[in-house]
Design a protein around this ligand. Structure first.
Ligand code: SF4
Length: 179
């Protein structure tokens, strides 16, 4: 990746039972995946892509802390959603908290699960551990850093041509389809 080395090993300091967010929970969002979606905006990103639209989400100690149980209660109130998308910031910098919320959404609400990452699928797989466990809880990953020189405003859900929309097999993270 050259100037975009993997940051898959860098984590936001973990506080049990909490997740660090950069913005309020959304619902009825149609620009971060197929169908009407809840969106969770995580805080903390170590990639620092030039041209990033959300540099205020980089600070791993910024944003605000929320109880994961409170997030679950709020998500339960969102009706008619097909899924949830984890955006950032870098969701994989808080893989345990994100996986707990993802599992709740799948099992209790019947939603599908998407996430963005500034790291590639291969970097997340290589990292293993909690990051791989979160990856295996997804139905789709939009991967890779935003690269200004490859910006393309016509792409679905992505900002630059290097980013891929990967449809994954739940439970194994096997790539089923690349869009
Ligand atoms: S990975 Fe995303 S949030 Fe992080 S710096 Fe790059 S564009 Fe910004």
């Amino acid at each position: 990746m050259g100037k975009y080395p993997s940051t898959a090993n860098r984590l936001v300091p973990e506080i049990p039972g909490k997740i660090r967010l950069s913005g309020p929970l959304e619902h009825d969002n149609i620009v971060n995946g197929y169908g009407l979606r809840a969106v969770l905006w995580t805080q903390g990103c170590f990639k620092h892509c030039p041209g990033c639209q959300n540099p205020e989400t980089w600070d791993p100690e910024g944003g605000f802390l929320v109880d994961i149980e409170e997030i679950k209660s709020r998500l339960k109130e969102f009706k008619g959603q097909s899924g949830i998308t984890f955006c950032g910031g870098e969701p994989f910098a808080q893989p345990k908290a994100c996986k707990e919320i993802a599992d709740f959404c799948r099992k209790e609400l019947g939603w599908n699960i998407w996430s963005f990452s500034g790291n590639t699928y291969e970097e997340i797989v290589e990292q293993g551990g909690d990051s791989l466990a979160f990856l295996k809880s997804l139905d789709a990953l939009i991967d890779g850093p935003f690269i200004l020189a490859q910006r393309d405003l016509t792409l679905k859900f992505r900002g630059s041509k290097n980013q891929r929309l990967l449809h994954l097999e739940y439970g194994t993270a096997k790539i089923l389809k690349v869009e």
